[in-house]
Design a protein. Structure first.
Length: 103
């Protein structure tokens, strides 16, 4: 698969998600959706909350779907506090940093 891009979907992707779901004989996933795109076309998508996947049955998408599952897991770990989120890193580093004093 060439130039695969993973990205979150927004309102502008509603039509592309609907077409992808129709090709897969499925419903468009609810909630926040992460998609795999090749050559400007959505080939697979995953619902971040439920993990439900839709994919183009006429395109080899196994690798794209695997990457979507992995990225979803990373996002979920970061959002539930088990991942090294920026806020947690700042708190940890703040414990070791000297306080900044204004002149």
């Amino acid at each position: 698969m060439n130039e695969l891009t993973l990205r979150t979907c927004g309102d502008r992707d509603a039509g592309a998600l609907r077409r992808l779901a129709e090709r897969d004989s499925a419903l468009v996933p609810d909630g926040n959706v992460l998609a795999a795109e090749v050559g400007g076309e959505l080939v697979a998508a995953i619902a971040l909350e439920s993990g439900r996947v839709i994919a183009d049955p006429f395109t080899p998408t196994a690798q794209a779907v695997e990457l979507l599952h992995r990225r979803r897991a990373q996002i979920r770990r970061a959002s539930d506090g088990r991942g090294p989120t920026l806020l947690r890193l700042r708190r940890l580093l703040g414990r070791f940093a000297a306080p900044v004093r204004s002149a």
